[in-house]
Design a protein around this ligand. Structure first.
Ligand code: RIB
Length: 303
C-alpha cells in the first residue's frame, strides 16, 4: 500500500441541515422548508475533499460509540481514507451540528462537539508513525489544541508541512501552536479577530510574521489571497456559480488546496484547486455531499 500523504487531525459531526426562508431572529420559531442529515465536521469535511481530490488521506479523530460513529467510519472508508487513527470512545456521543441554511445559501451553525473534545495528545502519539510519514498534516480548531500541537510537533521534527485552518473563529491562537504551523488559512472574519486588521492585505502580512511559510486569507465570493515569504501577495478571484448552500465551502477549499499542495508542492496551483472546489461545494446542499472529484475540480481550476 502506498503511504498516506495527508493526515487530518480533526472533528467529525453528524450534520442536521435545515433549509429555511430566513435565519430565525432571537426568540423566533420558524418552520424548515427541508431537512438533510449528512456527515460533517470541519476535519472530516477537509479529509473527504482531499481524498476526492486525489490524495491518500488518514483521519485522526475521536467519535462516540453510537450509530453516528458507524456512519463516520463508513463515510471515510468509502472515500479510501485510512481510519487506523480514529478512536471510538465508549460512553461518548459523536459530535453533532445543526446547520440552518437560508434562501441565499448563507448559514448559521451550532456544534455540540461531543467526542471531538476528547481527542488528546496521547491519541496523536499513538499515530506518530502516520503523522511523521505524511507530506502534510492539516488541523482546524474544532478539536483540542493540545492534540493539534502534538501532531504539529511530530510533523515538524520529521520535516512534514503543517497547515492550520483557524476555524471556528478563535479570539487568539497560542504562540506555541503558531511556532509549529507552516501554513495558516483564515477567512476574513477569522483574520480580523486574530489581528484586529480589517482588510486581507493587512491581515495576511500580520499572520505571515507568525508562521513558517505562508498565510492565506479566503474572501468568499471574492476569492482568496496567498501571502508567501518575500513574494508579492497572490490574489485569485472566485468562480461564479449558482449558490445553493455555502456550508463546507471553506472546508472544500482547504481539502483541495491540501491535496494539490501534497501532489505538486506548488501553493499557487493549490490555491486554484482550493477556489474551484470551494465554488463547486456551493452548488449543492450540505457539506460532504457537495464535494467534487478531482476531474471536476481540475476542469474548473484550469478553465
Ligand atoms: O464547516 C462546515 C462544518 O462546520 C459543518 O459540517 C459542521 O459540522 C461544522 O463543523
Amino acid at each position: 500500500m502506498q503511504p498516506v500523504e495527508i493526515v487530518v487531525v480533526g472533528s467529525y459531526n453528524r450534520d442536521v441541515v435545515l433549509s429555511v426562508a430566513q435565519l430565525p431572529a432571537p426568540g423566533e420559531t420558524c418552520l424548515a422548508l427541508g431537512r438533510l442529515t449528512a456527515p460533517g465536521g470541519k476535519g472530516s469535511n477537509q479529509a473527504v475533499q482531499a481524498a476526492r481530490a486525489g490524495a491518500r488521506v488518514a483521519m485522526l479523530a475521536a467519535v462516540g460509540d453510537d450509530l453516528h460513529a458507524d456512519e463516520a467510519l463508513a463515510t471515510w472508508t468509502a472515500c479510501g481514507i485510512d481510519v487506523s487513527g480514529v478512536a471510538r470512545l465508549a460512553g461518548r456521543d459523536t459530535g453533532m451540528a445543526v446547520v440552518m441554511v437560508d434562501a441565499r445559501g448563507e448559514n448559521s451553525i451550532i456544534v455540540d462537539a461531543g467526542a471531538n473534545t476528547h481527542l488528546d495528545a496521547a491519541h496523536v502519539e499513538a499515530a506518530a508513525g502516520l503523522v511523521g510519514g505524511a507530506k502534510l498534516v492539516v488541523a482546524q480548531l474544532e478539536t483540542p489544541v493540545a492534540a493539534t500541537r502534538r501532531a504539529f510537533e511530530i510533523a515538524r521534527a520529521a520535516g512534514v508541512t503543517t497547515l492550520l485552518n483557524a476555524a471556528p473563529a478563535p479570539d487568539a491562537i497560542s504562540d506555541d501552536l503558531l511556532a509549529v504551523t507552516d501554513i495558516l488559512v483564515v477567512n476574513e472574519g477569522e483574520g480580523q479577530r486574530l489581528t484586529g486588521a480589517s482588510h486581507a492585505h493587512a491581515i495576511g502580512p500580520a499572520l505571515l510574521q507568525r508562521v513558517g511559510q505562508a498565510a492565506i486569507v479566503t474572501l468568499g465570493a471574492q476569492g482568496a489571497v496567498l501571502f508567501q515569504g518575500e513574494a508579492e501577495p497572490a490574489a485569485r478571484g472566485a468562480h461564479r456559480v449558482e449558490v445553493v448552500d455555502t456550508t463546507g465551502a471553506g472546508d472544500a477549499f482547504i481539502g483541495a488546496f491540501a491535496a494539490r499542495l501534497a501532489a505538486t508542492g506548488d501553493a499557487g496551483a493549490a490555491l486554484a484547486w482550493g477556489l474551484a472546489a470551494g465554488a463547486l461545494a456551493c452548488t449543492r446542499l450540505g457539506a460532504t455531499d457537495s464535494f467534487a472529484e478531482a476531474a471536476a475540480i481540475a476542469a474548473l481550476a484550469e478553465a
